[in-house]
Write a protein that binds this ligand. Structure first.
Ligand code: PGA
Length: 249
């Protein structure tokens, strides 16, 4: 049985004070931990302060990106080792905004996945097709390509530490969610691909999250699908009351 995962990707939002206030409110909203994994991904500047606020609680901390090298002359970049030291458990890799706005290739994403695993971080590996690709019937080919290239050289052991997030690009921040059936079809495709590549155990245990305009209103029907094990939420994760509703779905 896969433990559901609710992850909030804050993107470039919240000051340190706002992030800590959110974390305090989230932590104190529960007298017993929720029956799911709860992950928040603040911007880099707030990671350490949020880590201090959630220490010893059920809340897990994710970064939104990392650099593939451990250290060196990479102005403006942050390594997996630094993220671990700041208290991160997880890291989002391959988000479509990184792929399109920051031209991250599948090969780069693969190196980032390996760097995260080496640093002891759990990667949340994002994949998804654009609207044009969907309209041209290329969804499965695109997903397969992203899986194949992104997971290149990763072992079954590595996959055990990964979470995959299916985020159709046309659904991110647009208010257009994939229907539960549309999302389930791709999630099933992803799981079957993992089974073929890594075996039934890895396939059965992989948490596959859906992302793209998830809200407290539509999360339950998405999560009711057999291969949807959680959500990666952007906009609706920024308000703590909305996020608590998502966690409680
Ligand atoms: P959204 O973002 O929920 O605002 O659509 C999701 C994401 O980018 O992870």
């Amino acid at each position: 049985m896969i433990r559901p995962v609710i992850a909030g990707n804050w993107k470039m939002n919240k000051t340190v004070a706002e992030a800590v206030d959110f974390a305090v409110r989230l932590r104190t909203a529960y007298s017993t931990p929720p029956d799911r994994e709860v992950i928040i991904a603040p911007p880099f500047t707030a990671l350490q302060a949020v880590a201090d606020t959630i220490r010893g609680s059920f809340i897990l901390l994710a970064a939104q990106n990392l650099h593939e090298e451990e250290k060196g002359a990479y102005t403006g970049e942050i390594s997996g080792k630094m993220l671990r030291e700041a208290g991160c458990n997880c890291v989002i890799i391959g988000h479509s905004e990184r792929r399109t706005l920051f031209t991250e290739s599948d090969d780069r994403i693969n190196r980032k996945l390996r760097a995260a695993l080496t640093a002891g971080l759990r990667p949340i590996f994002c994949i998804g097709e654009s609207l044009r690709q969907r309209e041209e019937g290329e969804t499965e080919a695109v997903i397969e390509h992203q899986l194949k290239e992104g997971l290149n050289n990763l072992t079954a052991n590595d996959i055990e530490s990964c979470v995959v997030a299916y985020e159709p690009v046309w659904a991110i921040g647009t208010g257009k969610t994939a229907s539960p059936e549309q999302a389930e079809k791709v999630h099933r495709f992803i799981r079957e691909w993992i089974v073929r590549r890594y075996g039934p155990k890895n396939g059965a245990e992989l948490a596959i999250l859906y992302g793209g305009s998830v809200t407290p209103k539509n999360i339950a029907e998405l999560m009711a699908q057999p291969d949807i094990n959680g959500a990666l939420v952007g906009g609706a994760s920024l308000d703590v009351d909305s996020f608590i509703q998502l966690v409680g779905c």
